[in-house]
Design a protein around this ligand. Structure first.
Ligand code: TUI
Length: 310
């Protein structure tokens, strides 16, 4: 095991994606108990909710876990302080630049692992004092950048000295092997955990992911500056229609408002935002988090023993 992971204190080099509305105490504790790093998503949630989730996770696991801070949230300053107060060991960030919180987090001995979509942001994060970065390709679900994992990881690896964790399009042992070949030190996985037994999203959401085909995701909302990959449904079609008519941004916001909660909580597969990555087509069964992690790393180890003929 690499010293970076030893310091964090986990058995497998896998971080669970900080999926908004999805990543709560049940999923995070199950991933951590399975030997990975479970993550609670703060998303846009109130501070009291996130505090509660952190405490519930502590009650369910004595293993390390982290909190994902979503930088577009209105209460991000308060969430940034909350993780310090609660003694959270690891923070991942998404959808922005967390530099202004870095000193405070480092004073509290928090390992900070920002998600980056580009070399420029990876370099900025290294300069700001990040412990590692998660370089996320646009195969991922949710808010995405422009580059694919295949193109992004080696360029980030070449540009910085801190560890790089690969994300986007990783759903089995082949993805882990590929990530290591590209120079990553580990992986972040989101979509596969959507169908974990301990994941408490609406059953209709899980069913939709299990039934998804390779070409079923689409990136919506590009004109807003926050492109989001979701599974195709009526919401996706209406969002894409707005792009064709050069509609004002407010119309995207109207459609997007509360749409993720509609999918996650109510199981609205029509107008809900069903965030998922491109590997959704590869996901065929519901398993426990522990089974997912063990299976992925068994496949990875088997691949590493294979002689590749050229
Ligand atoms: O953050 C994510 N995935 C997310 S966040 C989210 S909640 C949301 N919903 C609708 C619209 C916007 C957010 C759902 N899924 N992944 C990590 C990630 N971060 N992907 C891309 C980025 C990113 C993009 C631009 C990080 C930094 C950045 O620029 C920072 C800067 O200031 O230069």
């Amino acid at each position: 095991m690499n010293s970076f992971w030893k310091e964090i204190g986990i058995n497998y080099p896998i971080i669970q994606g900080g999926m908004a509305w999805v990543a709560e105490h049940s999923l995070a504790s199950a991933v951590s108990n399975g030997g990975g790093l479970g993550i609670i998503a703060a998303a846009n949630a109130p501070v009291s909710y996130v505090r509660d989730e952190i405490r519930k996770t502590k009650a369910l696991t004595d293993k390390p876990f982290g909190v994902n801070v979503m930088l577009l949230s209105d209460n991000v300053d308060e969430i940034a302080r909350l993780v310090c107060e609660e003694g959270v060991k690891v923070v991942t960030t998404g959808a922005g630049d967390p530099s202004k919180y870095m000193d405070m987090w480092k004073e509290h001995k928090i390992k900070v692992i920002p998600v980056v979509p580009s070399v420029a942001l990876a370099k900025r994060m290294e300069r700001s004092g990040a412990d590692a970065v998660i370089a996320e390709g646009c195969e991922a679900g949710g808010h995405v950048g422009e580059l694919t994992t295949m193109a992004l990881i080696p360029q980030v690896v070449d540009a910085i000295k801190i560890p790089v964790i690969a994300a986007g399009g990783i759903g089995d042992g082949r993805g882990i092997a590929a990530a290591f070949m590209l120079g990553a030190l580990g992986v972040q996985v989101g979509t596969r955990f959507l169908v974990a037994k301990e994941c408490t999203i609406h059953p209709a959401y899980k069913e939709r992911v299990l039934k998804a085909k390779d070409i079923d995701t689409v990136v919506t909302g590009r004109p807003t500056g926050h492109p989001v990959r979701i599974l195709k449904n009526r919401l996706a079609r209406e969002l894409l229609k707005l792009e064709k008519t050069a509609a004002p941004i407010e119309q995207y916001e109207e459609l997007g408002q509360g749409a993720l909660a509609k999918a996650v909580k109510e199981g609205d597969m029509d107008m809900g935002s069903i965030m998922a990555g491109q590997i959704a087509g590869m996901i065929i069964k519901e398993q426990t988090c522990s089974e997912i992690i063990e299976e992925m790393f068994d496949e990875f180890k088997e691949l590493m023993n294979k002689n590749i003929e050229i």
